[in-house]
Design a protein around this ligand. Structure first.
Ligand code: HEM
Length: 165
């Protein structure tokens, strides 16, 4: 008769953590890909510009709520795997270190984007200051573009490194 011991329990949690980690990456990076590559050029021509800005003002809070979930899930599940399955910082592969460093850069950029740039953008839209809102939107676009590039690189490094290192 087989018994379910502590080792099996850790293994089961690791499997769940791995699935949640990948799902969080899919939601965050996939969401940025859709916003940046599909929605942005699609709504680019909408006139008057104020209507376009109002659309983004409705899109961002909904998407960013999900990004908050992913930026909490990614480090928790990533460090679970790092410490429970890989033996901690010293033993984890180079690709895992690259992932965590770039992951924290992504999270830092998102927190700045959310707390500073996005707040200013919403304030300007609410005040009807289209020109100033447009300046903030351009900044959001640069930050999301950077995070999208990093997210694709991190995901590629993770998948590549796993089988290569
Ligand atoms: C913030 C700190 C992070 C830590 C500590 C971390 C850690 C890890 C670990 C330990 C693995 C398992 C590697 C393996 O099975 O060999 C993993 C897998 C993965 N990570 Fe991260 N990660 C972090 C952030 C991110 C971010 C920001 C993304 C993407 C946006 C990401 C995307 C992935 C993907 C796609 C995999 C699956 C790779 C595969 O199974 O082929 N990670 N991560």
């Amino acid at each position: 008769m087989t018994t379910f011991d502590a080792f099996d329990a850790i293994h089961a949690v690791s499997a769940l953590a791995n699935a949640l980690h990948v799902l969080a990456a899919v939601v965050w990076v996939g969401g940025m890909f859709f916003a940046y590559v599909v929605l942005r050029p699609a709504v680019g021509g909408i006139e008057p510009a104020g209507e376009r800005l109002k659309l983004w003002a409705r899109v961002f809070p909904r998407f960013f709520a999900w990004v908050w979930v992913t930026v909490i899930v990614l480090p928790i599940t990533g460090y679970w795997r790092m410490f429970m399955d890989f033996g901690g910082f010293a033993r984890a592969g180079l690709y895992v270190h690259a992932m965590q460093i770039l992951g924290w850069v992504m999270i830092g950029l998102f927190v700045y984007l959310f707390a500073v740039t996005h707040r200013r953008f919403q304030d300007k839209v609410a005040a009807g200051d289209i020109a100033a809102a447009g300046v903030q939107l351009a900044q959001i676009r640069r930050l999301v573009g950077t995070n999208l590039a990093l997210g694709l690189i991190v995901s590629a490094i993770a998948a590549f490194g796993r089988l290569w290192v």
